[in-house]
Design a protein around this ligand. Structure first.
Ligand SMILES: O=C[C@H](O)COP(=O)(O)O
Length: 254
């Protein structure tokens, strides 16, 4: 049965108290979910750094992986404020989100910064959740070409290892609705082909994010390996609905 991935980034929406409430609600949903229990659905949660311990406690005994929302491109040393991939790996954290559109736009991250971070993560066995996507809404073929080129730039010089590409068209993030199904499918097909053609990226997968919520995964069918949720996972029940769709998709594809 092919595994379907459902990830959640909490961005910086919650303080610790509110995050603990969300972890408890999400843990109840995840613990009870047959798709998660069986491993047919891979769930991951990316809280803030300060919420990681609370998340690990709330999800103890549940098949949930944790991630960080950013990682340093530097090895351990005199880099005030950074969190290194070495420390992320040492903390048992599986994923490092890299190159989210908000980090590129608000904090000036370049493709070269993203490539350094992806390389650092892969050096330490942390899987990059590599966020890619076109800034302006264009036709699907143009978006596919731009995103595949961004993929190559984002992994320039990175050691071999699998990545989890999160296709997130910038114009669909924080929007009322996700990108259209056809648009997503055209881009994800191109990303999958590019990853498949790269011998260094065996085991890589492609998920979609950008106003994703209940109903989208069923519409996308096999066009993606899963979803990356933001706001629409704030309600644990909605997360449960997406997990149901992921499990149904995993079973239908087996
Ligand atoms: O990390 C998640 C994405 O940026 C999507 O966020 P959103 O679903 O709130 O638009």
């Amino acid at each position: 049965m092919p595994q379907i991935t459902v990830g959640v980034s909490l961005k910086a929406y919650f303080g610790r108290r509110q995050a603990r409430v969300w972890f408890a609600g999400a843990a109840a949903v995840l613990r009870a979910h047959e798709g998660v229990r069986s491993g047919a659905v891979e769930a991951f949660v990316i809280p803030t750094y300060l919420q990681l311990d609370d998340a690990a406690g709330a999800f103890a005994g549940i098949r949930v992986r944790l991630g960080v929302q950013d990682v340093s491109g530097f090895e351990p040393g005199a880099y005030t404020g950074e969190v290194t991939a070495a420390e992320v790996a040492e903390s048992g954290v599986a994923y490092a989100e890299i190159g989210h559109a908000e980090r590129r736009r608000l904090f000036g991250e370049s493709d070269a910064d993203v490539a350094a971070k992806a390389a650092a993560a892969l050096r330490h066995g942390v899987t990059p959740v590599l966020c890619l996507g076109e800034e302006e809404r264009t036709d699907a073929a143009g978006a596919a070409a731009a995103t595949v080129a961004q993929l190559a730039r984002s992994l320039a010089g990175a050691p071999a290892g699998p990545v989890l590409v999160a296709y997130e068209p910038v114009w669909a993030i924080g929007a009322p609705a996700p990108a259209p199904i056809d648009h997503i499918g055209t881009v994800t097909r191109s990303l999958r082909a590019a990853l498949l053609a790269d011998g260094d990226r065996s085991g890589s997968r492609v998920i979609y994010g950008g106003s994703a919520g209940p109903g989208l995964l069923t519409g996308l069918g096999g066009a993606v390996d899963g979803l990356f949720l933001g706001r629409f996972a704030h309600d644990p029940e909605a997360l449960g609905d997406v997990l149901d769709e992921a499990y149904a998709l995993a079973r239908s594809a087996s």
